[in-house]
Unconditional design. Structure first.
Length: 192
């Protein structure tokens, strides 16, 4: 690794750390590129070289810090995997350091096209695809009825987002378990 590349990577890491620290200390709404640049000790143009918006900086930092914690490697028990996926999502959304930051990021999607595209590609689509595949395997194994797998995925994760974004109540792992129990009761009974 060249010295320039090493310095560049150090600056990138400093920017992401600064963005997360500002979000934790002041909230996403008060985060500015100027503030991140000052805290990271870089010029604003350095930030814009890698990220088009403050939301994309925070998303990168968030995924770098928490990406592995979000993933649920598949096992042979798709229903247990679905339960664990929802519990992990609930834990993240109710986490004192990250829950409100993630809710703010999702809110910012409405006004930041670059963030919306990145969030969809790097968070929403992979999680939804994994969920759809698990539901399909459960359907094929006979563990649940013949259901629209995309709709079932929405039914599982929708209440977590509803609670987080509209009621501003953190969804607990117990709440996630209740969602899975109720959804699975309906999915297992589905015949068409």
């Amino acid at each position: 690794m060249t010295t320039a590349h090493r310095r560049s990577e150090q600056a990138r890491q400093a920017i992401m750390r600064a963005a997360l620290e500002i979000c934790r200390e002041q909230g996403y709404a008060r985060l500015t590129m100027e503030g991140v640049a000052a805290k990271a000790g870089v010029g604003k143009q350095t930030i814009y070289r890698w990220w088009p918006s403050k939301g994309t900086v925070v998303l990168d930092a968030f995924l770098e810090e928490l990406g592995p914690a979000i993933e649920v490697p598949p096992t042979t028990d798709e229903l247990a995997d679905l339960r664990l996926s929802l519990r992990r999502a609930a834990e993240l959304l109710s986490h004192p350091r990250y829950g409100s930051m993630l809710a703010d990021l999702v809110g910012a999607l409405q006004h930041d096209e670059a963030l919306a595209a990145e969030f969809h590609k790097r968070v929403y689509q992979p999680v939804r695809q994994q969920t759809v595949e698990r539901i399909e395997r459960a359907r094929l194994s006979g563990a649940i009825g013949n259901v629209d797998t995309g709709l079932a995925a929405d039914l599982l994760f929708g209440p977590l987002w509803f609670r987080t974004l509209l009621t501003r109540q953190p969804p607990t792992p117990d709440y996630a378990d209740q969602i899975v129990d109720i959804a699975l009761a309906g999915l297992c009974a589905a015949t068409s």
